[in-house]
Design a binder for this molecule. Structure first.
Ligand code: UD1
Length: 383
């Protein structure tokens, strides 16, 4: 059997690493041979957004890199489809496996179906209900086309069934991100937070003077938070006046957000603050390490919400909705939705500071999801 799996952007890399390992484990048994080809669309291309994850998570170099790079959504999707079609014509795989909800996920699932190739979607069934999010459009289209929908939680199964998806195509396998977290937890634990800061400073001389026992972490990159000044500026003012007045704030900054801070003339306010430490985008283990001891996480990332859930880090989610409700406090998780309303953010921030770290583990977030995914694909091949 020949499988092409596709990655494009940072959150894909930690999802594909355990899948490739599970294929290699399967190939060491005497059941048969899976010929696996890894395609990187090249949507994320910086060393820090891409290469460092391949190295640290021991992902083999991509067999094919489509070199798509930056651009509007239509440009990224269009260029990926054109290049990926050629790959499919040449390689003729039995399955294309896509992960998550980025532009590569959408582009490659559509192209594969038009070439009559079966598609498996890892992380199927997540729904925010917010069609203005580019990722929600990517999820809806990918799931509508997929032949095998591999879900991370049972809420996702319900979402798919409510949309009329044939239950025979849906397989509840758990969360593959947690496979990566569990297999890298020990390595991350050994890292020293002071070294992580020193090695990743955006401004080399901005070494924090404050206590690093008590610190908050923020990550933000969604267009809905960073692309408009009227939304971004009040968030920045809240970080400066409230969060950083009480404790150190570590901020691994996404390239999109950095560009916007420069464009809106907001960067100085942050760079000049003694308690805000701007860091380059962090590698997987560094990010996991600073999450493990953070007093509080502020984020608009879906993956971090999940990691906070399993680590128990109180998590202020800077979004109005989430496709990952299983991570919310009301479902036993660590996360609270606050959108970008500053009063709401302030209130929830104070409330979360008094919450203890309580790790929670949704069903099948057990580190064995990748094995179940390979079994599910193999089973369908043998039907
Ligand atoms: C993408 C994903 C999003 C994911 C996020 C994680 C889509 C629709 N969005 O958003 O789901 O949560 O990645 O990071 O696929 N850039 C660099 N270097 C890089 C990559 C990007 O400088 O290696 C710059 C680009 O030039 C662009 C900006 O960062 O200006 C945003 O990149 P883009 O690929 O458009 O999407 P993300 O916002 O990263």
């Amino acid at each position: 059997m020949k499988i092409i799996s596709v990655v494009g952007a940072r959150p894909n890399f930690m999802k594909i690493a355990p899948f490739i390992k599970a294929i290699n484990d399967y190939n060491r048994t005497d059941h048969g041979e899976i010929h696996h080809i890894l395609v990187h669309t090249g949507q994320h291309y910086d060393d820090r957004m891409s290469k460092s994850f391949f190295e640290s998570l021991e992902i083999p170099e991509a067999d094919i890199n489509l070199g798509i790079g930056s651009g509007s959504h239509a440009e990224q999707v269009g260029k990926t489809m054109i290049a990926f079609e050629q790959v499919l014509i040449k390689e003729k795989p039995d399955w294309v496996v896509v992960v998550g909800d980025v532009n590569a996920t959408l582009a490659c699932s559509v192209t594969a179906k038009k070439e009559h190739i079966k598609v498996a979607h890892i992380e199927a069934g997540l729904r925010s209900g917010d069609i203005s999010m580019p990722e929600e459009i990517n999820r809806l289209v990918t799931d509508r086309l997929s032949d095998l929908l591999l879900t991370p939680d049972l809420i996702s199964n319900q979402n798919l069934l409510a949309e009329g998806v044939d239950s025979g195509k849906v397989e509840f396998v758990g969360n593959i991100m947690i496979d990566t977290l569990e297999s890298n937890r020990n390595k991350a634990t050994e890292l020293n937070i002071r070294d992580i800061i020193a090695n990743n400073l955006v401004k080399a001389n901005h070494v924090p003077q404050m206590d690093i026992q008590d610190y908050a972490v923020i990550t933000m990159h969604r267009p809905s938070n960073v692309d408009q000044r009227k939304i971004l500026e009040p968030i920045i003012r809240f970080l400066v006046s409230t969060v950083a007045s009480e404790r150190l704030l570590l901020w691994p900054i996404h390239p999109r957000t950095y560009k916007q801070l420069v464009a809106f003339d907001l960067l100085d306010m942050i760079e000049e603050h003694p308690n805000i430490v701007l860091l380059q985008p962090l590698g997987y283990h560094d990010m996991l390490r600073i999450n493990m001891d953070a007093k509080i996480m502020l984020t608009d990332s879906g993956g971090l919400q999940e990691e906070c859930c399993v680590l128990g880090t109180p998590c202020l989610t800077l979004r109005w909705n989430t496709e990952r409700p299983v991570t919310l406090q009301e479902h036993g998780g660590a996360s609270v939705l606050v959108g970008n309303d500053i009063d709401k953010i302030k209130h929830a921030y104070q409330q979360l500071l008094s919450v203890d770290r309580v790790p929670s583990r949704p069903q099948l977030w057990d580190g064995k999801t990748a094995e179940r995914i390979v079994d599910a694909i193999v089973k369908r091949c043998n039907l």
